[in-house]
Design a protein around this ligand. Structure first.
Ligand SMILES: NC(=O)c1ccc[n+]([C@@H]2O[C@H](COP(=O)([O-])OP(=O)(O)OC[C@H]3O[C@@H](n4cnc5c(N)ncnc54)[C@H](OP(=O)(O)O)[C@@H]3O)[C@@H](O)[C@H]2O)c1
Ligand SMILES: [Zn+2]
Length: 338
């Protein structure tokens, strides 16, 4: 019988290792996906380095998956073999446990937790997913080009549309990296006045070409003061990977402004007076559900939002992961299986 290949983490902190495995059979409400592409995300460090509690090893990371259905479980309705599907962090919901009924399917024990963390993900030729974790992929979206939309895309798209900002509002995107370069494109297409914020000027032209009307270089200006000069931000999407850097923008919020914390950084200290004087808020945001993924994919297809990617074969997943960690990739790193 043909086997599948996976790049798995044998134990927390170890290197990715090529493993040959039996191709698993889907349970009654699961599907088997033939993976075509999987993005490599900064958040994969949770699995690779063991930051997420309760991860069992060996574990296959990867939560930016696009592929085709190769087999379906006995109780799966509405999906055909060959269908194009996307899977992100969202592991699906069982529909009846108390967590799912409260809308927190990430904690559902019946679907075994987040993709690539507590169940195997997409650094592989094949993977299983719960049927409710599946997003439909529009036919003309290229798998490799679009894989990052399943995390970097959905996270920024969803956070922006839940930030309270409306067309014409000043919205800042802090960090012009994998998430940030998509966030700028979404924000521009939502009709916001978009300000990109990054250290140095080397990404300014690109940020402007993606839709930013203003650019703040944090090495030559205090970003909070610069945002206040522009009127104060209704939303700041904070995608940087450094807590000290993130803290420097909080004072740039305008009246009723919200800092959407996306970057998984250490502790932030926020001055309560800064918040209460402006009725401002600090809010965390994680990616979203399979429906949100579908919205992201469709919106991206209709409005030409594209991830800029560096592509690696599956077997070079360690190289790809190191490249992502270096912060030098322009902008997302994607594993291509076929
Ligand atoms: N909330 C969620 O659901 C979710 C989903 C996906 C990812 N994330 C998290 O989002 C964050 C961003 O991921 P990414 O893939 O976009 O990362 P990335 O591509 O490496 O981009 C990181 C950005 O942070 C900036 N940065 C890094 N260190 C900095 C420092 N010391 N001072 C100032 N700026 C600094 C970088 O600036 P330069 O351009 O100058 O290097 C770059 O703009 C990660 O923490 C990731 O885990 C969260
Ligand atoms: Zn991610």
């Amino acid at each position: 019988m043909t086997k599948m290949r996976a790049m798995a983490i044998p134990e927390a902190g170890a290197k990715l290792q090529l493993q040959e495995r039996e191709i698993p059979k889907p349970d009654r409400r699961e599907v088997l996906i033939r993976v075509q592409a999987c993005g490599v995300c900064h958040s994969d460090t949770m699995t690779v380095e063991g930051h997420a509690p309760g991860v069992k090893y060996p574990r296959v990371p990867g939560h930016e998956v696009i592929g085709r259905l190769e087999a379906i479980g006995s109780e799966v309705d509405g999906w055909q073999i060959g269908a194009r599907v996307g899977v992100g962090w969202f592991p699906g919901s069982c529909g009846y446990c108390s967590q799912c009924r409260h809308g927190n399917a990430f904690a559902c024990e019946n679907v075994q937790g987040a993709t690539g963390v507590s169940r195997d993900g997409g650094y592989a030729t094949h993977m299983l997913a719960h049927v409710s974790a599946l997003a439909r992929v529009p036919p003309d979206l290229d798998a490799v080009e679009s894989a990052p939309l399943l995390c970097a895309g959905i996270t920024t798209f969803n956070a922006l549309r839940h930030s309270g900002a409306r067309s014409g509002d000043l919205v800042a995107v802090h960090g012009v990296g994998g998430l940030g370069h998509l966030a700028i494109q979404f924000a521009a297409r939502f009709g916001f006045r978009v300000v990109a914020i990054n250290r140095g000027r080397d990404k300014e032209d690109l940020a402007r070409s993606l839709g930013a009307q203003e650019y703040i270089d944090t090495q030559s200006a205090d970003p909070a003061a610069a945002l206040r000069t522009l009127g104060g931000a209704k939303a700041i999407l904070a995608t940087v990977t450094d807590a000290v850097a993130m803290q420097t923008v909080v004072g740039g919020l305008g009246i009723n402004g919200t800092l959407m914390v996306i970057g998984a950084v250490g502790s932030l200290t926020v001055d309560p007076l800064e918040l209460l004087r402006k009725r401002a808020a600090v809010k965390g945001w994680y990616s979203g559900t399979s429906v949100d993924s579908e919205d992201t994919l469709l919106f991206s297809q209709q409005h030409g939002v594209r991830s800029m990617n560096e592509i690696f074969p599956l077997e070079q997943a360690q190289l790809a992961y190191d490249r992502m960690l270096s912060g030098k990739a322009r902008f997302r790193v994607v594993l291509k299986m076929e």
